[in-house]
Design a protein around this ligand. Sequence first.
Ligand SMILES: *Cc1c(COP(=O)(O)O)cnc(C)c1O
Length: 439
Amino acid sequence: MTDDLMARDRRTIADIERLRFFPATAVGGEGSYVIEEGGRRVLDFSASWGAACLGYGHPALAEAVSEAVRNMGAVSLASCAVGNAVGLAEDLLARLPDDRDRRVWFGHAGSDANDAVVRLLEAATPRRGILSFVGAYHGGSAASMSVSGHSSQAHAPARAGLTRLPYPDPYRPQFSPDLVAGALADLDRRLESELRPDEIAAVFIEPIQSDGGLIVPPAGFLKGLEERCRAHGILIVVDEVKVGMGRTGLFHAFEAEGLSPDIVVYGKGLGGGLPISAVVGPAELMNLQPAFAIMTAAGNPVCAAAGRAVLRTIEEEDLMAGANLKGEHLLSGLARLAQRHALIGHVRGRGLTCGVELVRDPVSKEPASSETAKVAFRAHQLGLIFYYVGMESNVLELTPPLTISEEEIDEGLAILDQALEDVATGRVSDEDIAAYAGW
Ligand SMILES: *Cc1c(COP(=O)(O)O)cnc(C)c1O
């Protein structure tokens, strides 16, 4: 059955299958489940990389979007004030933890949003330098790629003036004995020697580095980074595309350390699966040039209605508190699996944003890359979807819908348990995964 859609996919869609993780299809969805061709229901612990933050077919999203399509008056913010877009901008501005004068820019994806920020900085300041991080993923368009640092993008050139800092990783500490003190001392040293801080426009940071390996920074690092940026007039751009929108139990992941970023970038979950992104930044910067980065249908009423429905539902269903509780449930279940499966080197996360790092040996921490691909492949066979991330492709990334239930989390944990067991006992072959390069 699944061959039909897979075969048509191969004949029509530009080669992306190699980037996938297993032969998945989707013809529908319901709550936390994807419905595959043939009717099989597969529990989704990824929520389509976090985009489907309300799961699939949530009535609030369905109704808001249908209503917006039926009532569509004009699609372009470039030529008129679109009610839903202005409403969504108000909703987002109200979420920022300080009361600076800010404006909102709308795009279609995390990529174009980060792209717009890079170009804005280029136009607004004579400072040519940018800081970002090894392992960072800010998008797949030209300028967003040029400030990224992920191994999957080795083909894309870094922009001139980019410096990539190490993202402090508590499981694989780059500095000792104190990871935070070491990382900040390294930054201080760079600012005093090889870098010219007065020539650095901004730092791009993910408050949890997701594609780089679901790395939760150690407490104190983000705050220390912020202090250094403030001292040198370096703007702070926080990329909340994957981990924002309540997923960590806080609306913004950066709130965990009480940061006060200059620019915040939203995407993925903002549209609940529909394409919309946003940049919120200081008015003087965002108002720089009227035709700065226009796209005809950016801020269109349908995607903006989706964004408003997502924000409203997060509020009405208390999904941030839910992410905390359910995240603890998921993390404690993963910790139990870690005691039984030698492959699990480290479990980490915040709220419903969890990572499971697989290693061949707990002491050498050799990345278990092919085993990771097999675990994801096997879990899909058994009825659970998740993907993996990390510079060595050895970290399971779990970002389920915020609407997932504890029973569904238990169901997924049981499948993951079985998949780990099956991989450890050699039930998945190298040939099984040969067609899938993964991330
Ligand atoms: C996915 C992602 C992006 C890019 O978003 P797209 O919707 O794929 O363009 C940017 N930043 C982060 C942190 C992401 O996870």
